[in-house]
Design a protein around this ligand. Sequence first.
Ligand code: FE
Ligand code: FE
Length: 204
Amino acid sequence: MLPRPAEDYARRNNLYGVKTLSFEEIKKLIASRLSDKRFAHTMGVVESAVKLAERYGADVEKARMAALLHDCAKEYSEDKKRALCEIWDIPTDDILAKKISITHSLLGAESARRDFYITDNEILRAIRYHTTGFKDMTLMDKIIMLADFIEPTREYYDGLKEMRELAFTDLNAALRVGITETMRYNERKGLPVHPWGYDALASL
Ligand code: FE
Ligand code: FE
C-alpha cells in the first residue's frame, strides 16, 4: 500500500502496472453489484449525462464514467456503509450519521477510486456530491446530479416534468427545481436536509 497521493500519482502515470478499466469492463462489474432496477436507473443516468455533456460542452467520456459509477455503493447495507465510512476515513457529520443512506455518494467516490481505479477528480467529485449537491458545483457535478434526477426510467415525482423541460435550456434552473423539491420532500417526511444542499442552492 502506497500513501494515497503516491498511489494516485502511480495510477495516473501507469507506474507499477497500475490498472485502468474500460467503460465496458466497469459496466459488467456494476451490473453484478447492483439490482436490475438500479442498473437500469444507472444506464438511464449514463444516457442523460451524455446528452447533457454534449449540450453543455462537458467531457462526454468523463460524464459517461461518472454516471456509470454514481450509485456503485448505493446497495451496500447500512452496516456496511457505516463500517466503510470508518475504515475509509470518511468523516460523517450528525446528518450523515443519522441518514446513512446519503453516504452512498461519498462511499461511491471512494469505491470508484479504490475498486475501479478512477483517479480523475472531476469524475470523483461528481460522484461524491451527486446526492446532496455542494457549494460552487462544477459543470460535471451539475450534469451528474441533474441526469440522476431526470433519467428516462424515473417515474413521476414533483418537479420531474419541469426539470426535464428546463434541463437542456437552463441547467441551473433545472437543478434549483430538483434540489428544492428534494428539500420539500425531506421536510414533509421529517427527514433532515444536509447543509450542502443549501450551499448548492445558494451558489446556483
Ligand atoms: Fe445516488
Ligand atoms: Fe442514482
